[in-house]
Ligand binder design. Structure first.
Ligand SMILES: Nc1ncnc2c1ncn2[C@@H]1O[C@H](COP(=O)(O)OP(=O)(O)OP(=O)(O)O)[C@@H](O)[C@H]1O
Length: 738
């Protein structure tokens, strides 16, 4: 994300005068404080800031004179607010598109104001096109209007070249088919000038007539046969290329980190694997059949036209550049905007659909079906209106374009007839010429509409390749090695934020001993799950280091490391399949005895064997046909099947009733013995047995120690535990009274 925009000369001079020669950050602040559009910039120097507009520093200040710089999101805009001796004040205002930039700037200003090292980990993508400022279609990084078409097609070519043999066959067949089409007018001329009305004045030559007729019919039959072969070859090639793309996107999605997955909607990713790859298939099929065929026909028939009569050829092609200009102009200034709107409406509608369908239980529970139907109707009709607008314009444009292009045909007839009357041309030549001319019009008219389907396909190419080319945030280092985990963990000066301008963990440092059970406690949102996400390497730290047995986790092979970590989350996910397969998920080669042993340890065996199909019971989507506690026990069995030396329990028992919880707690106690365990629980009583507790407070470790030590210390943990005790006492009292 660009945090240092370049300024025009006049603005730059004003900025240098206001903040000094070293301009460290410069971002657009494109609204005045009253909310009017402006062309202003917020400029940050070493120790001063300034708001520059129209070559003047309208506001300026010393960074250290204020504190608590923060971005306040309002409706459709954001303001950068700060506090100084006089109280709170707004420095600048901007539209939402620069909200993330302002997030970074606030962080920079706070660090500078507190004389801290500026910590800025700039990972965010631009949401608008850097060139034309248009908002990008969701999931794409380039604007289809400004993107390099050549670069997109080059990527496609990179995938297609693996299928060069059938492509070459298709191309040869296509060349043969166009050569046969081009021979048609020649035999037509032969039929008239050579057989029916020989130009040398002799009587009609019936032998030549039959030869020409047979050649024409034969050409037609062979041409059609070649078209069938061409279509079959190209359908195979394009389907295979689309299959390759689907495989590549799917494999990439599997290898991408959680950060990427949480930033994308599942429905959107599914679309990329299915709809977008299919659009690319259509493009390849269209490109390799119609487009190349039309282009070859255009080049060959224009060449033949010019060699037959260059004056007439010029007349034929006269309207083409005018029509091309008209089409390009309309595409750039009207159609493009309509298409962009259509894509965005489609995006909104499909994400709405995905949202509602995945939350259908909530919709039904609140009886909001009719509301959702109404909302869908709105999206649906918005999409229909956008499509109708596009199609109407195209349907008006198509006949006009065709008419203008075909105007040349009438000029040919006019001039051709004149030439015949003046004995400069004969009928056979005019018919041949006119047939070649009609071969030129088809490709020209067809190419006028190319921008439409190319633009559609470009969006798909970008959406597909933006996944394929995605650089995993969590990269496997070349030096990464296998490491047998013993279980000593160390967090060293860890900084991390999901949005890099909003740190969630700040300077976290603590050690976990081998075989120790450590409980993570703290208020909601204090960063407990984030700490676990970093240890599991779903994300990489922005700064600092996490080590296991003294080895930086970035130097351990990810698969090797994860296979040694057992994770039980609050939200268990079970796949559609048998109970046996679900437990086996962590160790596909596990024997039935191993699975049963794990199920017994997790206190799951007894409920499984009471099911009619036992371990072969088929679980429905996400295990909806068993209870929450049963799902949780299966998740525990799955986590421990592999006998992992490191166990992570994130609220593993929070959603359960007391009885089930005690069954699972008992199972967990058994499991934790001898392995390093990190457990998060809101119900602090469940962490009583932890060797030590680490208390997180707003992303930092506030205190660490055993239950007894922390209670004695009377700090954050003590406050948490007394608040919880009071709450449960009140609940007990209410229950008794009620
Ligand atoms: N995927 C995410 N993207 C952006 N921000 C996130 C994401 N996950 C968590 N956060 C933010 O990070 C902060 C810490 O979240 P985290 O889940 O680590 O807290 P927690 O202590 O585990 O909370 P809880 O006890 O409620 O589960 C919160 O402010 C949260 O909004």
């Amino acid at each position: 994300m660009n945090l240092n925009f370049s300024l025009a000369e006049q603005n730059k001079n004003a900025a240098v005068q206001a903040v000094g020669t070293e301009i460290e950050y410069c971002v657009p602040a494109n609204l005045s404080l009253l909310g009017y559009r402006s062309a202003g910039f917020l400029v940050i120097g070493q120790d001063k800031w300034a708001y520059i507009e129209n070559g003047q520093a309208k506001e300026a200040g010393i960074i250290a004179d204020s504190w608590e710089y923060k971005v306040i999101p309002l409706i459709g805009n954001v303001v950068l607010e700060t506090e100084d001796k006089q109280g709170k004040r707004v420095l600048v205002r901007s539209s939402m598109e620069h909200a993330a930039r302002f997030g970074y700037i606030a962080q920079v200003l706070n660090d500078k104001s507190a004389a801290r090292k500026v910590r800025i980990f700039n990972n965010e993508e631009e949401a608008t096109c850097a060139n034309c400022g248009v908002r990008l279609v969701t999931g794409t990084r380039v604007c289809p209007r400004c993107m390099s078409k050549a670069a997109a097609f080059k990527k496609l070519f990179g995938v297609s070249k693996l299928h060069w043999k059938p492509l070459a066959v298709g191309l040869i067949v296509m060349i043969a088919a166009s050569a046969i089409s081009l021979a048609g007018p020649y035999f037509q001329e032969l039929l008239i000038n050579g057989a029916l009305r020989p130009t040398d004045g002799q009587s009609p030559n019936m032998k030549l007539f039959y030869i020409a007729l047979t050649a024409m019919i034969g050409g037609l039959v062979i041409g059609e046969l070649l078209s069938i072969v061409r279509a079959r070859v190209m359908a195979n090639v394009s389907s295979n290329i689309a299959a390759d793309l689907r495989r590549m996107v799917y494999e990439k999605i599997q290898s991408l980190p959680l950060g990427f997955m949480t930033s994308q909607r599942a429905g959107d990713l599914m679309n990329r694997i299915t709809a977008d790859t299919d659009r690319i298939r259509q493009l390849i099929q269209e490109l390799c059949t119609t487009a190349i065929y039309q282009l070859m026909l255009l080049i060959a028939s224009s060449t033949l036209l010019f060699s037959a009569d260059w004056r007439l050829a010029c007349v034929v092609l006269l309207p083409a550049p005018i029509v091309a200009y008209m089409n390009i102009y309309i595409w750039k200034h009207v159609l493009w905007k309509l298409y962009h709107k259509q894509w965005r409406v489609y995006d909104r509608a499909s994400s709405f659909l995905h949202d509602v369908l995945s939350g259908i239980r909530v919709v039904k529970a609140f009886g909001k079906e009719s509301r959702e139907i109404k909302r869908f109707r709105t999206y649906n009709s918005e999409f229909a209106v956008a499509t109708i607008k596009n199609e109407t314009l195209l349907n008006v444009l198509a006949p006009i374009t065709n008419y203008l292009i075909q105007l040349g045909q009438y000029f040919v007839l006019l001039l051709g007839c004149n030439l015949i009357l003046n004995n400069q041309m004969n009928v056979g030549e005019l018919i041949k010429f006119s047939m070649y001319a009609s071969m030129v019009f088809g490709p020209i008219a067809w190419m006028m509409f190319m921008p439409r389907w190319v633009a559609n396909a470009l969006i798909s190419i970008d959406r597909v390749f933006s996944v394929i080319d995605e650089q995993p945030e969590v990269l496997e280092a070349k030096r990464a090695v296998k490491h047998t985990i013993r279980g000593a963990i160390s967090f060293r000066g860890v900084y991390f934020g999901y949005k890099s301008y909003e740190p969630v963990l700040k300077n976290v440092s603590f050690d976990i001993r081998e075989g120790e059970m450590i409980g993570l406690v703290g208020h909601s949102g204090s960063g407990k799950s984030t700490l676990i996400n970093l240890l599991s390497r779903f994300y990489d730290v922005n700064e600092g280091q996490i080590t296991i047995d003294g080895v930086d986790i970035r130097d351990i092979q990810q698969n090797d490391m994860r296979s040694q970590i057992g994770v039980v989350l609050q939200e268990t996910f079970l796949f559609t399949g048998t109970i046996l397969d679900n437990i086996r998920y962590s160790k596909p080669g596990a024997t039935e005895e191993e699975v049963i042993r794990a199920a017994k340890i997790a206190n799951a065996h007894s409920f499984i064997i009471n099911l009619p199909d036992g371990y072969d019971t088929l679980l429905e989507e996400n295990g909806n046909n068993i209870s929450g506690g049963e799902r949780q026990r299966l998740a525990i069995a799955r986590a421990i099947l592999n006998d992992p030396p490191l166990l992570i329990l994130d609220e593993a028992t929070s959603a359960l009733d007391i009885e089930t919880e005690s069954v699972i707690q008992e199972a967990l106690q058994r499991i934790m013995k001898g392995r390093t365990t990190i457990a998060i629980a809101h119900r602090l009583s469940t962490l009583r047995n932890a060797d030590r507790l680490a208390v997180l407070e707003k992303g930092t470790i506030a205190e660490i120690g055993s239950h007894a030590e922390l209670v004695e210390k009377r700090g954050n943990y003590y406050k948490l535990i007394t608040a919880q005790r009071q709450m449960s006492k009140k609940e007990q009292k209410d229950e008794l009274v009620g």
